[in-house]
Write a protein that binds this ligand. Structure first.
Ligand SMILES: Cc1cc2nc3c(=O)[nH]c(=O)nc-3n(C[C@H](O)[C@H](O)[C@H](O)COP(=O)(O)O)c2cc1C
Length: 209
């Protein structure tokens, strides 16, 4: 039996392309693996606290030396980390916001990158100075963008701080088995929106053939 962590970062509760993709993914997975277990983590419509000074103090204090305030400050982070650790498969639906990820997802990332817990530093290591501590996990990035041209070799490739950023964060965590499906042009007219959405849906469906 596998555990899937499904994360949704779109502030749109309806008419969200990334949510439609995560819903399709979950529904197809459930059909194929009815015994598997899902954890749903909502980011787009739930407050995700930013790290503050007490959080930083707590996170960088060894567990045995933490006081009550420290433990309270990182209790939510601990919960989010447990969800990630429990997951065999992570399904992340996210819009592009201002070339990157929504601030709720950035706040989530800051909560789950924990030194000596989810990642550790190894300066000088080729490729990345981080060694992730989450092993044997698969990730699916289901991404939505209003515009176009962010793909490899395309006109605005240099402005995509969403997909490369998320892949770098997953690498920090130790997750290298990453599949990425994108719907583009959601804000660029019905014909192009529909074509890109149907193409992305077909890519999700193809994962389950
Ligand atoms: C605050 C905000 C910023 C956005 N910034 C960008 C952007 O930089 N580039 C882009 O292509 N689309 C941008 N969009 C459009 C969204 O990426 C697009 O509407 C996407 O479909 C939203 O995801 P969803 O359909 O899952 O809700 C932005 C939308 C919002 C609300």
């Amino acid at each position: 039996m596998k555990t899937l962590l499904v994360i949704n970062a779109s502030p749109n509760k309806t008419q969200s392309h990334s949510r439609l993709l995560t819903e399709r993914f979950v529904s197809l997975w459930q059909q194929q693996h009815p015994e598997d277990h899902f954890i749903f983590r909502e980011l787009g419509n739930e407050p995700i606290p930013h790290v503050d000074q007490q959080w930083v103090k707590a996170a960088f204090t060894p567990p045995e030396a933490r006081d009550t305030e420290d433990n309270q400050a990182i209790a939510f982070s601990d919960l989010l980390v447990k969800e990630l650790q429990a997951a065999d498969v992570i399904v992340l639906g996210s819009p592009m916001h201002n070339l990157s990820v929504p601030s709720s997802l950035k706040a989530y990332i800051d909560q789950v990158i924990r030194m000596q817990v989810t990642t550790t530093l190894a300066p000088g290591t080729p490729g990345s100075p981080y060694v992730g501590l989450l092993h044997n996990k698969q990730a699916y990035l289901l991404l939505a963008r209003g515009g176009y041209g962010f793909g490899k070799g395309e006109i605005y490739e240099h402005m995509d701080f969403q997909e490369p950023y998320l892949k770098a964060i997953l690498l920090m965590l130790g997750i290298t088995d990453v599949t990425s499906i994108k719907v583009n042009q959601t804000a660029m007219g019905e014909t192009s929106r529909l074509a890109s959405y149907e193409h992305a849906l077909a890519q999700v469906d193809a994962l389950f053939i």
